[in-house]
Design a protein around this ligand. Structure first.
Ligand code: NAD
Length: 499
């Protein structure tokens, strides 16, 4: 049964003074509180290095909420549930003090010993914190204990296995909530509904009717001040291993027998297990990497990646990836899934284009143009919606065709205000619904797929930079599709507003 309100719980945010907590977690918790979805039996302990007091944290939370939400009635009541503890992640004394505060708040707010530990900190601390939570007794209560872990979950398969071992010594798989915030996005969650709630799509959703699927996630921003982190990651690890492969899994999975976390995640695991493994010498046939050089964004000159702060002047890091994925199963054999993602591209856009096969014969060929293929476009962000591209009769005497678009836009639906991904994910986690979090098996399969490519790319120096800021990536990414007889659908031409 779906609960409309979260159970009593203590939420501990490790990294309470950080960017993620400020921009996402506090506003999201406030939205839940304001909508009456957060049990009144809740308390938050913010944990971080700085020597703050409860009052300073409350001021910080108030500011963070008021920056994004103008109408914040009840804000005082909300922030009164927040407490702060200065903390050293590797010092047992810190955890013992934290435990004393947690036990006190447990009594004060009748929290029934339920605890959510949210690790919004640098990944190198994840294992250490999890271990201390157990050895210093923070998990010694009768309620539930859940661990929420931010990305990245490891740097490759080996480090992910190591991290997983450490946290599994403390938490069972069912109590580990690995965040992939794309899974909290409205239109990513809508993929399943579009597929499994519409009789007109499911029968066509296979290699007999679909010619190819394209997923683009492009950003206009560069690395900003995150150059140091990005140098150790790159687009492949930062975007493909998690978000892009998760979208592929949702698009390609079989209908689950039930909408339970176990059934849905097991179908996604099967897709990831069916990804065609790429041999080292085949990588250039399937994957293209890029790095942006100087260029122009919105008419303004911008620097290249190698000139960014904390970036090596000869950096070999990919800021762009395009790939062709093949899923070797009955449903998808022969259908390429093309993915591309990068920084400093022409537009900020995440879109999925499902291109259907051409009809067997064009009766309207005399119109001297080929019919456009039917497309189903799923707009993930910033626009949210779906567009179906069809052909219809052009008005007039002749039997000429014209492309038409049937369009649904969430952004334009009256009264619809899509919740932020983090709001949904926090709500799910507090209710114990792990559907939209990644299971270990998904993480492991994604890393083993990505590792082959990243190890190869690390061992060979690329000819970077190979695309200018403000473009859609290197020309080799276009050739990846051209050799199969396809081309990328330009994301800006597909915008909902274009219809
Ligand atoms: P941040 O650097 O802004 O904040 C880090 C927090 O950790 C701070 O509160 C800091 O005080 C605390 N901290 C660091 N070292 C500590 C120590 N030794 N002891 C106690 N506290 C310590 O980082 P962030 O941007 O908030 O990111 C946090 C996590 O979330 C990272 O894993 C990041 O990859 C992930 N993430 C962030 C975003 C984002 O939008 N910021 C998006 C996705 C994922």
């Amino acid at each position: 049964m779906i609960q409309s309100e979260t159970p009593a719980s203590l939420i501990m945010i490790f990294g309470a003074t950080g960017d993620l907590a400020k921009r996402k977690l506090y506003p999201s918790l406030f939205h839940l509180f304001r909508k009456g979805k957060l049990s009144e039996h809740f308390a938050v302990i913010g944990v971080a290095r700085r020597p703050w007091s409860d009052e300073v944290l409350r001021e910080h939370v108030r500011d963070s909420v008021l920056t994004s939400i103008k109408d914040a009635e009840n804000i005082e009541e909300f922030v009164s549930h927040f407490y702060y503890k200065p903390h050293d992640v590797s010092d047992s004394q810190s955890y013992i003090q934290l435990k004393a505060l947690a036990n006190e708040l447990d009594q004060k707010y009748c929290l029934e010993g339920n605890r959510v530990f949210y690790l919004a900190m640098a990944p190198e601390f994840f294992g250490t914190i999890a271990e201390h939570l157990k050895t210093d007794g923070l998990t010694d209560t009768n309620g539930f204990h859940r661990l929420v872990i931010e990305k990245p979950f490891g740097h490759d398969l080996e480090s992910a296995i190591e991290l997983n071992k450490r946290i599994r010594n403390v938490f069972s798989e069912n109590d580990i909530y690995r965040i992939d915030h794309y899974l909290g996005k409205e239109m990513v969650q809508n993929i399943e509904v579009i597929r499994f709630a519409n009789a007109i799509f499911e029968p066509l959703w296979n290699n007999r009717f679909i010619s190819n699927i394209q997923i683009t996630s492009s950003e206009m921003l560069g690395v900003e001040e995150r150059g140091g982190y990005y140098e150790t990651s790159g687009a492949l690890r930062d975007m493909v291993q998690n978000h892009m492969l998760q979208m592929v899994a949702l698009l390609a999975m079989e209908p689950p027998i039930r909408l339970t976390p176990k059934e849905i995640r097991s179908e996604k695991v099967k897709v990831l297990g069916a990804l065609r493994s790429i041999e080292q010498d085949e990588i250039p046939q399937y994957f293209v990497r890029g790095q942006y050089g100087p260029g122009e964004i919105n008419g303004e000159k911008v620097i290249g990646y190698r000139e960014e702060q904390n970036v090596n002047k000869e950096s070999n890091t990919d800021t762009y990836v395009a790939g062709k994925l093949m899923i070797d199963n009955f449903r998808w054999a022969g259908v390429p899934f093309y993915i591309r993602t990068g920084k400093r591209m022409t537009a900020k856009s995440t879109k999925i284009v499902i291109q259907f096969k051409d009809i067997p014969m064009n009766l309207y060929y005399k119109s001297e143009k080929n019919l456009d293929p039917n497309l189903l476009v799923i707009h993930i962000q910033p626009e949210e919606g779906i567009t179906l591209h069809l052909n219809a009769k052009d008005t007039g005497q002749m039997m000429e065709t014209t492309p038409v678009k049937l369009n649904f836009s969430n952004n334009h639906a009256p009264g619809l205000n899509t919740p932020e991904a983090y709001e949904k994910l926090l709500f799910d986690c507090l209710r114990g619904d792990a559907t939209n979090f990644t299971h270990w098996d998904e993480v492991a399969l994604s890393w083993s797929f990505v590792d082959k490519i990243s190890h190869n790319w690390e061992s060979e120096k690329a000819d970077f930079p190979n695309y200018s800021a403000g473009t859609m990536g290197p020309t080799a990414a276009d050739e990846l599709l051209e050799k199969d007889g396809f081309s990328w659908w330009p994301v800006t031409d597909l915008d909902v507003n274009d219809c």
